[in-house]
Design a protein around this ligand. Structure first.
Ligand code: NDP
Ligand code: 2IT
Length: 444
């Protein structure tokens, strides 16, 4: 297998899907050598079977807005691979959602889920519906219409969706309710549910907390203390909020947050009280991050990302390709020691090359943000047991899983000069697990 040929083939066969090509290229490049040590993989054409999703469902979603107008959106579920467990992965509602974006996310999810130690395959779904500016009623009617198109292809042992951009506790509640009604059964078919109906404690916190736990493991390899470190965080949604919460608990100082309109820079640090303000602003009033600057009198930069500010650590937690080469160069120039990705594929390939050639600690999303889906996996376990575990127990398991993922990255990613290539480590560890499972199950 030659990675360049695989990418050429994908580009010819599935043109105009740049995010999908980008995600596949990163993985295929780093597994090339290991793959070629196994002639049985080539014989089974494993690579094509691994990069092309098992199934893609697409459907029209029709709903009625508050003015009585009939609206349409597209709905999708990409079921990438179920070799090691039922399909599992989030649902994204955002105007930019396309088959390319969901194919990249489902592909990444397959390897991420393999790293978690739990039995979950990879999937992703969503819609080009934008919740921005929509009323609660509109969001509910949209979610219900979306599940009408989706419900037949999901189930507790088939495919278990969860949240992602634009999908949080509110949306999961509406989707779960509709699913329960259509399927006429109460099962754990969605994760990230409300606590009252089977949601796991710590699931809302898990992605952000998990990313900080992974960061701690990376810092440990260099005997660096997180206390007092200034941190650039992007986004201001679920992942960004709980990243800040854990950073604060550990004595680090988050100084930025952002949304799709711009970023705030608070040199005094985002304190617990200010974070509560952000949570209310974003989760209840659904306002803009600009309002933080108005409330606390700090800098707001419209139409920009926070990577030019001076800090020690960066935690991109908004969206894909939000850190480009120039951003990465600015971060390195300002002395950043670690970049740990809460978002999926936030760094472009050129940005990753800058981090790695400067030998800074750099963790790709599929390792660093795996805490979210890990606690989703633990929610599935609790639902199967019809039981719920205390928060401390879930948090302990999350810490253990993040440490285990880190250990695997070190095992498969340490280079001859001692530098830990976390991209290579995560990709090889995830790939080998899925590859072995596919090979054992025959040609399907
Ligand atoms: P939310 O919808 O809660 O928050 C997303 C945040 O990112 C918002 O502040 C949003 O701003 C901003 N954002 C979204 N799209 C863009 C864009 N195109 N440009 C600039 N800013 C943007 O989502 P999450 O916090 O759940 O997800 C954030 C990232 O983390 C995503 O990459 C997701 O895939 C990843 N992730 C999420 C997990 C989870 O458990 N939720 C698990 C693992 C990864 P605005 O309000 O203006 O839209
Ligand atoms: O990207 C991700 O890992 C998620 N959005 C969470 C998926 C999940 O099933 O919890």
């Amino acid at each position: 297998m030659r990675s360049s040929e695989v990418i050429d083939f994908l580009k010819r066969r599935f043109p105009n899907e740049p995010e999908y090509h980008q995600a596949v290229e990163e993985v295929v490049e780093s597994i090339e050598d290991v793959y070629n040590e196994h002639p049985e993989f080539e014989k089974a054409n494993l690579i094509e079977r691994l990069v092309i999703p098992d199934k893609i469902h697409s459907f029209r979603v029709t709903w009625v807005d508050d003015k009585g107008n009939v609206q349409t959106n597209m709905g999708y579920r990409v079921q990438h691979n179920n070799a090691i467990g039922p399909y599992k992965g989030g649902i994204r509602f955002h105007a930019s959602v396309s088959p390319s974006i969901l194919k990249f996310l489902a592909f990444e999810q397959t390897f991420k889920n393999a790293l978690t130690t739990l039995p979950m395959g990879g999937a992703k779904g969503g819609s080009d519906f934008s919740p921005r500016g929509k009323s609660d009623g509109e969001v509910m009617r949209f979610c219900q219409a979306f599940v009408e198109g989706l419900w037949r292809v999901i189930g507790p042992n088939t495919d278990v969706p969860a949240g992602d951009i634009g999908v949080g506790g509110r949306e999961i509640g509406y989707m779960f309710g509709k699913y329960k009604k259509l399927a006429e059964e109460f099962t754990g078919t969605f994760t990230g549910k409300g606590r009252e109906f089977g949601g796991s404690l710590i699931r809302p916190e898990a992605t952000g907390y998990g990313n900080v736990y992974f960061l701690l493991e990376m810092l440990k390899t260099k005997n660096i203390d997180i206390k007092g470190k200034k941190c650039l965080v992007s986004g201001s949604g679920n992942v960004a909020q709980y990243t800040c919460e854990k950073l604060l608990e550990l004595g680090a100082i988050p100084v930025t947050l952002s949304d799709s309109d711009g970023y705030i820079y608070d040199p005094d640090g985002i304190t617990e009280e200010k974070l509560r303000f952000v949570m209310e602003l974003k989760n209840l009033y659904r306002g803009r991050i600009r309002e933080y600057a108005e409330e606390y009198g700090c800098k707001y930069v419209p139409g920009a990302r926070p990577w030019g500010e001076k800090a020690d650590i960066a935690l991109p937690s908004a969206t894909q390709n939000e850190v480009d080469q120039a951003d990465a160069e600015a971060l390195v120039k300002n002395g950043v020691i670690a970049v740990s990705e809460g978002a999926n594929m936030p760094s472009t390939p050129e940005a990753i090359a800058v981090f790695q050639s400067n030998k800074i600690l750099y963790a790709p999303g599929k390792a660093a943000n795996a805490g979210g889906v890990s606690v989703s996996g633990l929610e599935m376990t609790q639902n199967s047991e019809r039981y719920s575990w205390p928060a401390e127990q879930v948090d302990e398991k999350l810490k253990w899983i993040m440490a285990n993922i880190h250990e695997n990255c070190v095992k498969y990613g340490t280079e001859s000069d001692g530098y830990i290539n976390y991209v290579k480590g995560a990709n090889i560890a995830g790939f080998m697990k899925v590859a072995k499972a596919i090979m054992s199950q025959g040609i399907l």
